[in-house]
Write a protein that binds this ligand. Structure first.
Ligand code: SF4
Ligand code: SF4
Length: 224
């Protein structure tokens, strides 16, 4: 089962675009649900082309699917042309600018679309934070991942996500959760493949990649 560090980009489900497209409704008779492999309507392409605000959390998966080929080409472009230190600086500046007024509690895609990955060394503190024993913590919330090595939450959305968008583990939440989407971390040039996965989950990461395309004068061949 995918977690935030192993999520594939190529098989994500589409969200309906929410533009009220009659063609989508007619296609599957389920205007309010999710469906897989749905053809992307022209209304959504127009929305992407014309929008001058950040993509919303409910649309980011579909938008990343549409731009998948373009994003792979831009990743190849960066590998061949970008200076490592300059790219880290650009990522960091965009990260600071965009997260400075972004309310992650209104998104939480990173907690909804992955299972939480809980390091074994965190379990003692996490259990104490919740006022239960380590055994209760493991029994109630955790299972081993597909390789039988690491602990992950039993469910997706993550079991520790509260209805108000906050994490039940508070400051005890894993470092990887605190650092997601890693756009302020060094060596971005060597992490671009993984970043293409993140773009399909995180609206801020998606916007950072779009801004970088502009900064590098990268032009998409296709007209989105
Ligand atoms: S880090 Fe990204 S995916 Fe997670 S809540 Fe914030 S904007 Fe959403
Ligand atoms: S542990 Fe908390 S921050 Fe991490 S995925 Fe789960 S709800 Fe989100």
């Amino acid at each position: 089962m995918a977690n935030r560090f192993k999520a594939p980009i190529l098989n994500v489900n589409y969200f309906l675009c929410g533009q009220g497209c009659a063609r989508n409704e007619a296609a599957d008779g389920n205007a309010g649900g999710r469906r897989e492999g749905a053809e992307v309507c022209n209304t959504f392409r127009f929305y992407l082309k014309e929008k001058n605000t950040m993509i919303t959390p409910d649309k980011v998966q579909q938008a990343a699917e549409l731009k998948e080929e373009e994003n792979y080409r831009f990743r190849t472009f960066l590998k061949g042309h970008a200076d490592e230190k300059k790219l880290d600086k650009q990522f960091l500046e965009l990260h600071n600018e965009l997260f400075s007024d972004y309310d992650c509690s209104k998104c939480r895609n990173c907690c909804k679309l992955y299972k939480g990955s809980i390091p074994a060394e965190d379990i003692e503190n996490d259990a104490r934070h919740l006022g239960i024993s380590e055994e209760q913590f493991i029994d109630s919330f955790l299972e081993k991942d597909e390789y039988g090595l690491e602990y992950q939450t039993k469910h997706k959305p993550c079991d520790f996500l509260n209805g108000d968008g906050e994490c039940k583990l508070g400051e005890c939440r894993p470092e990887n959760c605190k650092n997601y989407p890693y756009t302020n971390q060094p060596e971005r040039l060597h992490s671009l493949l993984g970043f293409l996965d993140i773009i399909s989950i995180c609206p801020v990461a998606y916007e950072i990649f779009e801004r970088l395309k502009k900064e590098y004068g990268f032009r998409a061949k296709k007209d989105y």
